[in-house]
Design a binder for this molecule. Structure first.
Ligand SMILES: Cc1ncc(COP(=O)(O)O)c(C=O)c1O
Length: 472
């Protein structure tokens, strides 16, 4: 083997072992020639060889960097593929099992879209929690009756200005996470037997909530880059009576896309023409990898037809259970529902989150976690590109931390889930994101974590997927 190839293969080895990650700089030509005791020309030739193979890339005046090996994005769905008939959702023990796995500390947690605990500002939140309960001793132990703590609602209203949305604090109700917000919205709009239009695939917990409320779903295909297919949606609405629409337009779970303003406005216009209220889940809106905070559909709604739901579960602490809802014209009925279901959201965590938003450096915190999650998404997508069977595709999320992986069609994600669990790894199999079988060969991975262990886990999943793709 020529000397330059030996040098190149050593670099490949270092990249594969994770010594140099995608986007990281490799040693300069001069430094490597000193370290490997070879000539500068040999390193130059080795680097040119690695550039040709897209292992590294030169950045002018900066050096050489490891290229991410990102597979193609998932295929655009065919509009003819979806079942344009409202479907009843089956009960899924699998969903309950997967949610149970979230509590198992010894498992690699790719199955649930939870933040990396090391990126939760625990110490600061603890400080804010104890200072808030000391400052407001009586308030902190009393019910924060709906709509909830006014200081928190004021801060949320200020935050939402970044998304182009002008909300008065009195238009907001604090909830137990975004889950309760969406549940309350569905309860306020729909009654058993009604049909809800959704983009497929959909965050699996919502499918179970929809099922428990006795609702049917009309699944509309979503583009992994642009979001819900508006033409398919229009044609479905022409054929079926629909009572509500549930949509996650910003850094969608599971597909990661962010719908642009034009599509958001067109979606709202379509819904208004059919007189269908929109439930908008914006839980990942603050997690953009760029400096731009995307808008919410609610910002174009002048009639109270959009119910906006969110929480601090992805950005601050999922265990605090602090979420909120801006119910529009459903305010009274949602406040009433909240009261009869659980009276109020716990007060101390509302006080702590309010304090964090006032003086905890929330913006600074967001900037730092967004940067980290942006890098980890690329690292995980790169790992999938290296280890999964050829033909595997992954999404290109612009925010959040969910990565959707579309494997060759003969890889059954439920089998992969079971085999991965034996190795101590959880994944969310595509099947549970839909009432159809369209996503049986897909999985959603949580890219919030990246370490030697998760690198090993991606490789292990890839090996299992390769075995499954060859065995049928
Ligand atoms: C899109 C989406 N909505 C809602 C939730 C639930 O949020 P919370 O923990 O605030 O109830 C999740 C959690 O993963 C989610 O991904």
């Amino acid at each position: 083997m020529p000397l330059y190839e030996t040098v190149a293969s050593k670099i490949v080895d270092l990249v594969e072992k994770g010594t140099f990650n995608p986007g990281e700089r490799v040693p300069s030509i001069r430094r490597l020639s000193q370290q490997f005791k070879v000539s500068v020309n040999t390193v130059k030739t080795a680097y040119a060889f690695l550039e040709d193979r897209r292992v590294i890339q030169a950045r002018p005046q900066s050096g050489y960097y490891v290229c991410p090996r990102l597979p193609e994005p998932p295929r655009e769905p065919e509009i003819t593929t979806p079942e344009f008939d409202p479907a009843i959702i089956n009960s899924s023990d699998l969903v309950l099992r997967i949610m149970g796995d979230v509590m198992a500390p010894d498992l690699v947690q790719f199955g649930a879209a939870i933040p990396d605990p090391s990126l939760v500002p625990t110490r600061k939140l603890n400080r804010m929690l104890s200072s808030a309960v000391r400052r407001f001793p009586q308030e902190s132990t009393a019910y924060a009756m709906p709509p909830g703590n006014i200081r928190l609602r004021t801060q949320i209203a200020k935050q939402m200005m970044k998304a182009g949305c002008t909300l008065h604090p009195d238009e907001i109700i604090i909830t137990n996470g975004a889950s309760e917000a969406v549940f309350l919205a569905l309860r306020a709009i729909c009654k058993p037997g009604d049909t809800l239009v959704i983009g497929a695939p959909l965050y699996f917990t919502f499918l179970q909530v929809i099922r428990d409320l006795g609702l049917k779903v009309l699944e509309i295909p979503m583009s992994p880059t642009h979001g819900i297919n508006l033409e398919a949606l229009e044609s479905a609405l022409d054929q079926h009576r629909v009572q509500a629409c549930l949509i996650i337009p910003n850094f969608n779970n599971p597909l990661g896309f962010c719908m642009d303003d034009d599509r958001k406005k067109r979606l709202l216009g379509l819904m208004k023409r059919h007189d269908i209220p929109v439930i908008e889940d914006d839980i990942n809106g603050d997690l953009s990898f760029s400096d731009t905070r995307p808008s919410v559909i609610k910002s174009w709604d002048n009639d109270g037809d959009v119910i906006l739901c969110s929480s601090f579960s992805k950005t601050l602490a999922p265990g605090y259970r602090v979420g909120w809802i801006a119910p529009g014209r459903y305010f009274d009925s949602i406040r009433h529902q909240k009261l009869i279901i659980n009276i109020a959201t716990p007060t101390p965590t509302q006080l702590a989150v309010a304090e964090f938003l006032v003086s905890g450096g929330y913006e600074h915190h967001l900037r730092s976690i967004r940067k980290i999650y942006g890098k980890r998404i690329v690292q995980m997508a790169d790992g999938v590109g290296r280890h999964f069977p050829s033909g595997t595709r992954v999404t290109r999320p612009e925010g959040g931390f969910a990565l959707w992986v579309e494997m060759p069609e003969n890889v059954d994600s439920i089998t992969l889930y079971s085999l991965a669990l034996k190795k101590g790894i959880t994944v969310a199999p595509g099947k549970i994101f839909s009432t159809t079988d369209h996503f049986n060969h897909c999985i959603r991975l949580n890219a919030a974590f990246w370490s030697d262990k998760t690198r090993w886990a991606v490789k292990t999943l890839g090996k299992i997927a390769c075995r499954l793709s060859n065995t049928r």
